[in-house]
Design a protein around this ligand. Structure first.
Ligand code: ASP
Ligand code: MG
Length: 409
């Protein structure tokens, strides 16, 4: 008998009615001859409600107590779902993170999973139980409750699937899969039947918030087939399967277009072109815990050079202050910034074996008179920074240039 792990997010368990529907789906999966482990999130809005209660006491709270608080949402859902399953005649049993010994490190609010003890669960499954596990929560070596970061139930599900050697980890959510791009920007966006872990990581890190990034990393590392599908849609073969690259299958060159509206660009020009300058410029920024995304240094001329880099828009004000201070110290000619930019990226493992993708991308943008401010590339991604007013136009132009609305096999 194969094991299937199903994870249901907050909206899928948002009411008793929805929980009943989940119970029906779980029973149907079991009736197809599977052993089922269900991982659930808190009912939608619950985690935020708990956080806002705490914030009424203080904004700076003990992270240990915060985890004690916000892990309760999932405990409510496992009990309710297990009751619904039992009421429908199934034998089912719920488990909290500490009951399954979901061992994590002690970094509260973003703990990492170290180990899971699955012996009890395997025995319970073999005895015919459906197992319902609280997502998002774990326990450290000393028994303190930890949580895995917002959206962490995805990671719980993948970790369970890896530990139990499950056939598939199914993530039920309110969208029916992973799209070539955000359908709100390009209505012709198409649902992908399949995407690789690597591509999904790029899409997720660029803002396609279908899955917690850590869950995708975990699934890739342990090779857990991951399927994203809607809890409103019929089960098998549906949604998007995230899996390893398949040589048999001819890959589409480009799988999707991701974008990020949260970027800002900073430039320092006329700094001495000598060893140590890059670290003098970027050092204070990283020390302030500001994450730097793209970095470009110009070819030096007359002994000086320019640097441009991007940061999250929320960090823009702090970053520009730091850069101005560095500019004074280095005698820079100018420091300037722009927080009205976006990043658009083409993602596809097929890029590795296809030349000319970058030039087609730039030509498609040029045809729309979109000026490119920065370019960066990796093995499976090409990103450009453009003025934010060109986001929609740029995404649509590229979507059509690479034929993403058509079925490519
Ligand atoms: N309840 C947690 C959150 O809202 C975890 C999850 O939903 O995956 O982030
Ligand atoms: Mg969630």
């Amino acid at each position: 008998m194969s094991i299937i792990v199903q994870k249901y997010g907050g909206t899928s368990v948002g009411s008793i009615e929805r929980i009943q529907a989940v119970a029906d789906r779980v029973i149907a999966t079991r009736d197809k001859g599977n052993q089922v482990v269900v991982v659930v999130s808190a009912m939608s809005g619950e985690t935020n409600r708990l956080i806002s209660l705490a914030n009424q006491i203080d904004k700076k709270l003990s992270s240990r107590e915060m985890d004690v608080l916000i892990s309760t949402g999932e405990q409510v859902t496992i009990a309710l779902l297990t009751m619904a399953l039992q009421q429908k005649g199934a034998t089912a049993k719920s488990y909290t993170g500490s009951q399954i010994k979901m061992l994590t490190d002690n970094v509260h609010s973003k703990a990492r999973i170290i180990d899971i003890q699955c012996e009890n669960i395997k025995t319970d499954l073999d005895a015919g139980n459906i197992i319902v596990v609280a997502g998002f929560q774990g326990v450290d070596e000393l028994g303190n409750i930890t949580t895995l970061g917002r959206g962490g139930s995805d990671t719980t599900a993948v970790a369970m699937a890896a530990a139990l050697n499950a056939k598939e980890c199914q993530i039920y959510t309110d969208v029916d899969g992973v799209y070539t791009t955000d359908p709100r920007v390009e209505p012709k966006a198409r649902k992908l039947d399949q995407i690789t872990f690597e591509e999904m990581l790029e899409m997720a890190s660029l803002g396609s918030k279908v899955l917690q990034i850590r869950a995708v990393e975990f699934a890739g590392k342990y090779n857990v087939p991951l399927r994203v599908l809607s809890s409103f849609e019929e089960g098998e073969g549906a949604g998007t399967l995230i899996t390893t690259e398949d040589d048999e299958m001819e890959q589409a060159v480009i799988s999707g277009i991701a974008f990020n509206r949260d970027e800002a660009q900073l430039t320092i020009s006329g700094v001495p072109d000598q060893p140590g300058v890059a670290s003098e410029i970027l050092g204070p920024i990283t020390k302030a815990n500001i994450e730097i995304d793209m970095i470009v240094q110009n070819v030096g001329e007359d002994g000086t050079t320019d640097f441009t880099f991007t940061v999250h828009r929320n960090d823009y004000a702090a970053a520009i202050d730091l850069l101005e201070a560095t500019g004074k110290k280095l005698g820079a000619k100018k420091v300037k910034g722009n927080d009205a930019i976006v990043k658009i990226s083409l993602v596809g493992v097929g890029m590795r074996s296809h030349a000319g993708i970058a030039s087609s991308m730039f030509a498609a943008l040029a045809k729309e008179a979109i000026n490119i401010l920065m370019i960066s590339t990796s093995e499976i991604k090409i990103s450009v920074v453009v003025d934010e007013k060109y986001l929609e136009l740029g995404v649509r132009a590229l979507h059509s240039e690479f034929g993403l609305e058509q079925k490519t096999t």
